[in-house]
Design a protein around this ligand. Structure first.
Ligand SMILES: Nc1nc2c(ncn2[C@@H]2O[C@H](COP(=O)(O)OP(=O)(O)OP(=O)(O)O)[C@@H](O)[C@H]2O)c(=O)[nH]1
Ligand SMILES: [Mg+2]
Length: 270
């Protein structure tokens, strides 16, 4: 492990209606993983299936984890939850945010070798890829594989560099390039990641992809294929036409739009 005293890593777990899966995600957080992580921020996005109760029960049985559980005041979708998490990281002096989806499709242990040799922390982002050499996709449908490959190619063409995933569920970001909070103007839905990726390209951030495994077992996909595809086409077009304008800071956003409540807090490092 590379131990930089000033480095503080926040693990952010977005969760929405994944009661059965989220406890498996928490089970992934073994001591060899947690040596790299200073706080776990689990954000529930107004689940209605007992996700919060499942997390609370797990936390009662596993008191050692530095866990902060928040519940958004309204459903802000996946992108909105990223905004809450990034803001939390900036306000609490975290240098990095590691995102791990709460529905147990990714495995945080895929990142461990890169955390241990320090490579994951060298650039501005280290992005899990479901479609790189060495990735594994047990149970993932060919239709979704094909759809993802088509859009990866399209966005790569627009970005002018090879992008092997537009948004998997395992990604590490350095916070300093995001300190201006440009992400607040990205969409709240699942296309937040596509904007973030294009923003990294636009700002010449240093990032690379690493191969991950991605399971499809008992998860429920909330992806709206047609709508999201049209949105990706639209952002590609706008990026080509005027990317300065696409990423210009917006002044029309109310400052306290993404509010949340603390449900459980056993963090002790702050
Ligand atoms: N869809 C959705 N997901 C959310 C929300 N808030 C948090 N999440 C979490 O974000 C993750 C991504 O959602 P999914 O619908 O599974 O999308 P995906 O995994 O990127 O795509 P698939 O490969 O189709 O499963 C899940 O872990 C959800 O629990 C939300 O409001 N909407
Ligand atoms: Mg999923």
């Amino acid at each position: 492990m590379v131990d930089t005293p000033s480095r503080r890593l926040l693990l952010f777990i977005p969760a929405f209606n994944c009661a059965r899966q989220v406890v498996r995600v928490l089970d992934q957080l073994e001591p060899r993983v947690m040596v790299h992580i200073q706080r776990v921020l689990l954000i529930d996005n107004r689940s209605t299936d007992g996700t919060v109760e499942a997390v609370l029960e797990w936390a009662g049985q596993n008191p050692g984890l530095p866990l902060l559980l928040l519940r958004n005041d309204s459903n802000y979708s996946l992108g909105g939850s990223h905004k809450v998490a990034f803001d939390h990281a900036l306000q609490n002096d975290f240098t990095h945010v590691l995102v791990l989806h709460g529905d147990d499709q990714a495995d945080i242990r895929d990142l461990l070798p890169w955390l241990e040799d320090g490579r994951a922390l060298e650039g501005d982002a280290f992005l899990g890829s479901r479609f790189a050499r060495g990735s594994r996709l047990p149970g993932y449908s060919w239709f979704r594989i094909l759809g993802n490959l088509v859009f990866n190619s399209l966005v790569s063409l627009v970005a002018g560099r090879r992008l092997t995933d537009l948004g998997s569920g395992l990604n590490l970001f350095r916070m300093s390039p995001l300190a201006g909070r440009s992400y607040l103007s990205f969409p709240d839905n699942l296309n937040f990641n596509v904007y973030l990726l294009l923003y990294l390209v636009h700002t010449r951030a240093r990032f690379e992809f690493f191969p991950i495994s991605w399971r499809e077992e008992d998860q429920i996909s909330n992806v709206r294929f047609v709508r999201q595809s049209l949105e990706i086409l639209s952002v590609c077009l706008r990026y080509r036409l005027n990317r300065q304008k696409l990423f210009a800071p917006r002044r029309d956003l109310p400052p306290d739009r993404y509010t949340s409540r603390v449900l459980f807090d056993v963090t002790r490092d702050s």
